[in-house]
Ligand binder design. Structure first.
Ligand SMILES: [Zn+2]
Length: 384
């Protein structure tokens, strides 16, 4: 089996790309379901499917549901071939990578602690990480996500945690690895992961809120992961949530950054205790009912619930996925989060469904792979 050109995507329309993505994410799927999902007539579906069937990307599978009356409907699926992808979540101090197949199943994982933040050094370490994961096998594409603003799936315009500005990360990695590289904001990548194989897979519209070093916010509307030029600016931070809260570094009282980041929570509890406390210890103290920790966490919980309600109200969605390395606070103050999320909604509004993804870095890295897979899916022709 060999894979065709990795050059620029052939010019196919948005409907064809949408069809390829839908079959990738939901296959095997009947033509009827596809038509309803994409708003396509049977004739359009047949026309748009043909090139993908001819190229080998799609296969028709036997329909076990066929009743024997009428002709078989032959649901469509992608051919799960030998293509391999790598997804990497890059942070200010490390890179976590996964090797996946076309359906973003994790086959291997590896981690690098960054030696420094200079671009050439980080690129070198990323290349080494990718080559270790590939283990000698060819890769179809690499996806890298980063906490920052990314332009055109290639250039990191602003990444505060790396102190980067206008870094053409995709070109540097492509030069080092010789494969297509897609770069994206990390919360956009996580939203793609939740949509495909996480808590968002059963709903067309949902939001993702992450708490950790910062507060992240991502949105999926009508099956589309929203990615704009401003997606990476951390617009989920600094939302006013508590008039009595502490100040953030920018001087806002009780903003989402001040109420929810691990650094702010640690600082508040450490000040009360009169000694430094790590985040995990803060959670343990709060769980044990130590007032200095519990009161801070409860205020954080109320603020997070309020943020969830605000997002649900403004975006008109009813499912919110919580994630991030600070989401351990859910285990301590879930009641406060849920109560505040419901309290700030109209009594007749659909109750907000809150899901927690505590799978850690794996979802972020698989999200990076998902971005690479979805955006290169139609570049390849498959031939035996
Ligand atoms: Zn602020």
């Amino acid at each position: 089996m060999m894979f065709g050109s990795t050059g620029p995507a052939p010019s196919i329309g948005e409907s064809a790309l949408g069809l390829a993505r839908a079959v990738l994410m939901h296959g095997p799927i009947s033509r009827g379901d596809l038509g309803r999902r994409l708003g396509l007539s049977p004739a359009s579906l047949t026309r748009l499917s043909k090139p993908f069937l001819d190229s080998g990307l799609f296969v028709e599978v036997s329909d076990s549901q066929t009743s024997g009356v009428g002709r078989p409907t032959k649901p469509l699926d992608v051919r799960l071939d030998g293509r391999r992808f790598v997804g990497v979540k890059l942070t200010g101090d490390g890179a976590f990578g996964v090797l996946t197949d076309l359906r973003v199943n994790e086959l291997a994982s590896a981690h690098r602690r960054l030696d420094g933040r200079d671009v050439a050094g980080v690129v070198r370490q990323l290349c080494s990480l990718v080559l270790e994961l590939a283990n000698g096998a060819p890769l179809a594409a690499l996806g890298v996500t980063v906490g920052g603003q990314v332009i055109g799936s290639r250039v990191v315009a602003r990444a505060p945690f790396l102190a980067w500005r206008d870094v053409d990360l995709a070109s540097a990695l492509e030069a080092g690895l010789g494969i297509p590289v897609l770069v994206e904001n990390d919360v956009v990548g996580l939203a793609a992961a939740e949509q495909w194989f996480g808590a968002g897979r059963r709903t067309a519209s949902f939001a993702v809120v992450t708490v950790g070093i910062g507060v992240g916010y991502g949105l999926v509307i009508n099956d589309q992961v929203i990615s704009t030029r401003d997606s990476g600016l951390g617009l989920g931070g600094h939302v006013p949530l508590d008039a009595d809260g502490p100040l953030c570094g920018s001087g806002h009282r009780g903003c989402s950054d001040a109420m929810l980041t691990q650094g702010s929570i640690r600082a508040q509890v450490s000040a009360s205790l009169g000694r430094e406390a790590e985040y995990d210890e803060v959670l343990a103290l709060a769980a044990a009912g130590v007032p200095a920790a519990l009161s801070v966490l409860q205020a954080s919980g109320r603020a997070l619930g309020r943020l969830v309600a605000l997002i649900a109200n403004i975006a008109m969605i009813d499912t919110v996925v919580l994630s991030g390395e600070g989401i351990g606070l859910w285990t301590v103050v879930a009641d406060q989060i849920v109560a505040a999320a419901h309290g700030d909604r109209d009594a007749e509004a659909t109750p907000v469904r809150i899901s927690v993804d505590d799978t850690g870095t794996s979802s972020w890295a698989r999200g990076a792979a998902a971005v690479a897979i979805q955006r290169t899916l139609t570049r390849f022709t498959v031939a035996d």
